[in-house]
Design a protein around this ligand. Structure first.
Ligand code: ATP
Length: 644
């Protein structure tokens, strides 16, 4: 690392100590990152830049830290996820701002977008061919960060004009290729192939190197120190995903003490632990036989991470860390009623399920999704919600993540109690035989659940693993036993105009999975059957504003699919399939199992997943896993392969 480190061009050319980080220095790092797909090179470019920034960052508070702003601009965010301030300006507003700022007609911008496929490039080209009277003052990282924050925060009637005004000012100050990245940041995606996990490692490495100063270490010692630093920062970030807290702590104390100062804290949602799908009870037993495990009902609702802060405030967070306290004011009122005396601060992991108070029965997710998402008044609520708790992650000032599930579950049951129609523990059975598990699965479905979650109960393998899709949690869904083992969550990237009676709406849709390594969407199937007129109208209304004037965006790997319109990737649908096959048309997971892509056969729409971001869609790797499992299963069963 140190040897190569020297051979990389220095990122801080022309940038004096004490001055704000020039935006151009960040942009040249983006360009370098974009020039390679090798993770180690990306890590190296980024670390190199972050070391320079970290060395010059003497801030003790988050609001003054340049390193913090650089980190946010690298992941295209402005604050922790759960605070809900987001970029993602619509294409038409950006076209308007680019046109006005560069004195070009919007029609010309749209034409260029069609041929170029990337509004960032169009902005850069428009800017660079524009004669300028005087050299603008260079953009700086703190300046850009402030402007982007103002744009994201603008609300109300005059907000569009205000946004366009700031964007124009930013574009007018752009030099070289800066406009490309300003526009991509505004769109909500940088598209340079920088995964957040690489950024976290680069941050750790940068701080370790900065704190070593001129001290020379033998190569193996340095490598070990860097690795240890990365493990610490990764671990801390998964418990406390908040750079506002982590970056100043790193600058102040280095990585060594980070675990002591930055811990799971009520009020900061941690990334939930996820489960691996299974197709058969035998598969569950292959994994768990001989070990202590438990089966729990898999409730069909919405994940709710419920926090009680030290000050007694209750906050509810969704699967993707969105603060849902305003969506569930009833839940916020209900929770204190299930807490036993002596239970103060806590974080519980639970499922919020729609519930019929009269019949005392669980209602399906569809009923829950009928609830309004915003400005909910308790008196207007018609769909009641029941909480089913399955884990306890924090209790009275202590993190419980490293305890065995058996221990966490015991504490959960000791510190909370059943409240009719409001709170219960996830129903569980410590069944061990195929017959018993089968019986419990049947029972769960009869009670209105999706199936079972099977979890490791004891040993180190049963700690809570934030953000991991773990083999220690398996999901077994009744519906899917005959399919590929699980449904897929796919992004709607295109549509085909309806025919006959359906010309006023889209008649079929093009779906894609997400590849986090390349940050691209990869097409996987066309879906167009089984939709009612009413639902097609709803989809049309939701998708029409996302139509892209310039055709497929640069981060969609198109393949041979040719929809009539392309969309900004935003909406996620849950889809079921009979099986998967290799395909010359679609690009999903290409290069993983086979050079060809993988596609879904007979896809069936299940529901809209508005609790998932497009980046949380089924990944290319998961698609490949599904395909490979199917091939193996077919071989075992003596059936044919999945190709067509
Ligand atoms: P994935 O992240 O695996 O794609 P998903 O959000 O699509 O998950 P599922 O695949 O259906 O959801 O399964 C996991 C989800 O099941 C959890 O996120 C949680 O919301 C829900 N769930 C219901 N009951 C339980 C339980 N007993 N234990 C854990 N999760 C449960």
């Amino acid at each position: 690392f140190t040897k190569d480190h020297k051979s990389v061009p220095v990122a801080d050319k022309g940038w004096k100590e004490g001055e704000p980080v020039p935006y151009s220095a960040l942009v040249s790092t983006f360009e370098k990152v974009d020039s390679t797909t090798k993770r180690l090179e990306i890590l190296q470019y980024l670390t190199q830049f972050l070391v320079v920034v970290a060395k010059r960052d003497t801030a003790t508070e988050a609001k003054n830290s340049q390193l913090l702003k650089v980190i946010y601009l690298c992941i295209n965010r402005l604050c922790p996820d759960y605070m809900g301030i987001e970029l993602g300006i619509g294409e038409s507003l950006l076209i308007k701002a680019i046109a006005e700022s560069t004195g070009r007609a919007t029609t010309k911008i749209k034409e260029d977008l069609k041929s170029e496929g990337d509004l960032g490039n169009v902005a850069m080209m428009s800017r660079n061919t524009q004669p300028t009277m005087f050299k603008p003052k260079p953009l700086t990282v703190p300046g850009v960060f402030k402007d982007l924050t103002e744009i994201a925060n603008a609300t109300g009637n005059a907000s569009q004009t205000k946004k366009v005004g700031i964007i124009k000012k930013l574009l007018a100050a752009c030099q070289g290729n800066e406009a490309k990245f300003i526009v991509r940041s505004l769109e909500g995606k940088l598209r340079i192939g920088l995964a957040e996990k690489t950024l976290v490692v680069a941050l750790a490495h940068a701080v370790v190197l900065r704190n070593l100063g001129d001290k020379k270490l033998p190569h193996d010692k340095l490598a070990a120190k860097l690795e240890e630093g990365a493990e610490i920062v990764k671990g801390v970030y998964s418990e406390l995903p908040n750079y506002d807290l982590i970056v100043p702590a790193l600058l102040k104390n280095g990585v060594e003490n980070l675990r002591e100062v930055c811990k799971l804290t009520p009020g900061v949602p941690l990334k939930p632990m996820l489960a691996k799908p299974t197709k058969a009870i035998s598969e569950v037993l292959d994994r768990f036989e001989g070990k202590e495990f438990t089966c729990e009902y898999k409730y069909d609702g919405e994940r709710a991470q419920v926090h009680r802060l030290e000050n007694g405030e209750i906050a509810v967070f969704s699967r993707n860390s969105e603060n849902m306290s305003a969506k569930y004011p009833d839940l916020v009122q209900q929770v204190p009623r299930c807490v036993k005396e002596g239970t103060k601060s806590f974080v519980i992991d639970a499922e919020a399920v729609a519930f019929d108070l009269e019949t005392k029965k669980l209602l399906p997710f569809q009923d829950l999704s009928r609830r309004k998402r915003k400005d909910v008044r308790t008196e207007d609520i018609t769909v009641r919600v029941h909480l089913f708790a399955f884990d306890l992650l924090y209790l009275n000032g202590e993190s419980l993540l490293k305890l065995e599930l058996k221990e966490r579950r015991k504490l959960l049951r000791e510190h909370f109690h059943f409240v009719e129609g409001e709170f219960d523990f996830a129903k569980s059975s410590d069944a061990t035989s195929v017959e018993e598990i089968e019986g419990f699965l049947e029972e769960s479905v009869k009670d209105g659940c999706e199936g079972l979650m099977v979890k490791m109960l004891a040993t180190d393998a049963s700690t809570y693993e934030p953000s991991r899709r773990s083999m220690n949690w398996l999901k077994l869904k009744k519906d899917y036993l005959s399919g590929v083992g699980d449904s897929l969550d796919l992004v709607v990237v295109g549509a085909y105009h309806g025919k006959g009676k359906r010309t006023a709406v889209y008649g079929a849709f093009l779906l894609a999975c997400y590849d986090p390594d390349s940050e691209n969407y990869q097409t996987i199937c066309k879906i167009g059957t089984g939709f009612s007129e009413e639902i097609l109208t709803q989809f049309y209304e939701a998708l029409r504003p996302l139509e892209l004037a310039g055709g497929a965006r640069g981060d969609i790997e198109v393949g041979a699919a040719k929809p009539d319109v392309w969309f900004e990737p935003k909406i996620v649908w849950e889809v079921l399939t009979a099986d998967l096959s290799l395909s010359p048309v679609y690009t999903a997971a290409h290069g993983l199992a086979d050079p060809r892509g993988i596609s879904l056969r007979f896809p069936r729409f299940i529901k809209v997943r508005d609790d998932k971001n497009p980046e949380e869609a089924t990944s290319a790797e998961q698609v490949c896993e599904f395909y490979q499992r199917q091939v193996t299963a077919n071989k075992k069963g003596g059936g044919g392969g999945g190709g067509d």
